[in-house]
Design a protein around this ligand. Structure first.
Ligand code: MF3
Ligand code: CO
Ligand code: CO
Length: 261
């Protein structure tokens, strides 16, 4: 396999898919409250993607995944399967949306708080969010993949959190998961060179406790081994001539660079 460089026409389609995925996260926010089940959220997102956006929810039937979105609650790291359990006050939840529009994928996720959450949970969500931005801020032609991973790991560990190693960001385009793998840990000046026209995700999973994970019996849901909280944020990116465009940016994040000191 090799890294695909997108043509201008492909970039246009990636922009459209990215915008649609971001719009789903904006749309779903008002529904996230105590008493709603993750199946309810799955149905609302499914119907919005299919009926309003005229797009396809990529997770549905992807390698046998049974639902249209991933919902990862509290100590769940990623790939949580929506079910009938209801959200409760104090929960944190990652909603991960991937849509396909005109054959191209847009992939993005964010953390939501259910009601009032404890300060340590808020802090973890904030660290994971900043870790994503720090990774994105590295991206420009000429850097290497290891520079992204190093920046994320260095920041997260300085905050006394840990970085999950087993799952990574990925190239994205006609395929959901393309080359290259974008590790969220690593060494500076190592790995493949980043070049203009690449599209890939960064999606660090940051744990409050140790980095180790285990897989549940459903063969999808990944949880922390120590059952402490985990948080993740994800964007789909385009490498431009001079830097990076966030294809899944939401209006609330317009000033994302200001959050980096
Ligand atoms: N959206 C996830 C990612 O960021 C992948 C989910 S695969 C699924 O790569 F099958 F669980 F949907
Ligand atoms: Co992804
Ligand atoms: Co995703």
């Amino acid at each position: 396999m090799s890294i695909s460089i997108k043509t201008d026409e492909e970039v246009e389609k990636m922009r459209i898919a990215g915008k649609l995925a971001a719009d789903v996260l904006v749309m779903i926010e008002e529904y996230i409250k105590a008493g709603v089940s993750t199946n309810d959220l799955d149905k609302i997102c499914h119907d919005y993607i299919v009926d309003v956006q005229d797009a396809i929810p990529a997770p549905l039937n992807y390698r046998g995944f049974p639902k249209s979105i991933c919902t990862s609650l509290n100590h769940q790291v990623c790939h949580g399967i929506p079910n009938d359990k209801k959200l409760k006050n104090g929960d944190i939840i990652n909603i991960d949306i991937t849509v396909i529009k005109e054959g191209y994928h847009g992939d993005t996720s964010k953390m939501f708080a259910v009601g009032t959450i404890p300060p340590y949970a808020q802090r973890l969500c904030d660290v994971a969010h900043k870790a994503l931005y720090i990774g994105i801020n590295q991206v420009k032609p000429g850097i290497r993949l290891g520079d992204i991973g190093y920046a994320i790991q260095h920041y997260a560990e300085a905050q006394h959190t840990s970085v999950v190693r087993e799952y990574c960001g990925h190239g994205i385009g006609v395929k959901f998961h393309e080359d290259p793998q974008i590790l969220h840990y690593g060494k500076p000046h190592t790995g493949d060179l980043i070049t203009e026209g690449m599209t890939f995700t960064i999606e660090p999973m940051i744990n409050l406790g140790k980095r180790h994970i285990k897989m549940l019996g459903d063969d999808w849901t990944v949880v922390t081994k120590d059952h402490k909280l985990s948080a993740q944020w994800e964007h789909t990116l385009l490498v431009t001539k001079t830097g990076v465009d966030i294809l899944t940016l939401r209006a609330e994040e317009e000033n994302w660079r200001d959050t980096l000191d």
